[in-house]
Design a binder for this molecule. Structure first.
Ligand SMILES: [Cu+2]
Length: 124
């Protein structure tokens, strides 16, 4: 009986640890995160809207276009980093780059300039 209680306690602790992990896993110099394009009240945006890393971080982003309305393609671009992907609904894409310069860099949809994407914040 006592052993069962201990096991339940351990399982609960592991579950709490798993739940405490953020959506993106950030460890020594790496960030892997899923970024999703959604439409809310007529506004299209990539979420999370702000991606913050330290300079030198290797960034891997899985891009998912989840906007239900046409067109079925949206862009994910960080012009200052020469990142420019086109993401089709239903076809996730992965982009990788090293955040090697500090600053605040706009993330945009290069196909539809009116769409405000978000920002990449790279800390010194
Ligand atoms: Cu767009």
């Amino acid at each position: 009986m006592r052993m069962a209680t201990v096991l339940i306690g351990v399982a609960g602790g592991l579950l709490a640890l798993a739940l405490a992990r953020p959506a993106g896993a950030q460890s020594a110099g790496m960030l892997a995160m899923t970024v999703v394009n959604v439409e809310y009240e007529g506004t299209k945006l990539w979420l999370p809207g702000t991606i913050t890393v330290k300079k030198g971080t290797k960034v891997t982003l899985k891009l998912i276009n989840n906007v239900p309305a046409d067109p079925n393609q949206h862009g994910f671009a960080i012009p200052d980093y020469k990142v420019a992907e086109i993401v089709t609904r239903g076809e996730p894409k992965t982009v990788e780059f090293v955040a090697d310069k500090a600053g605040i860099f706009p993330i945009i949809c290069q196909l539809h300039p009116a769409h405000v994407g978000g920002q990449l914040v790279v800390l010194e």
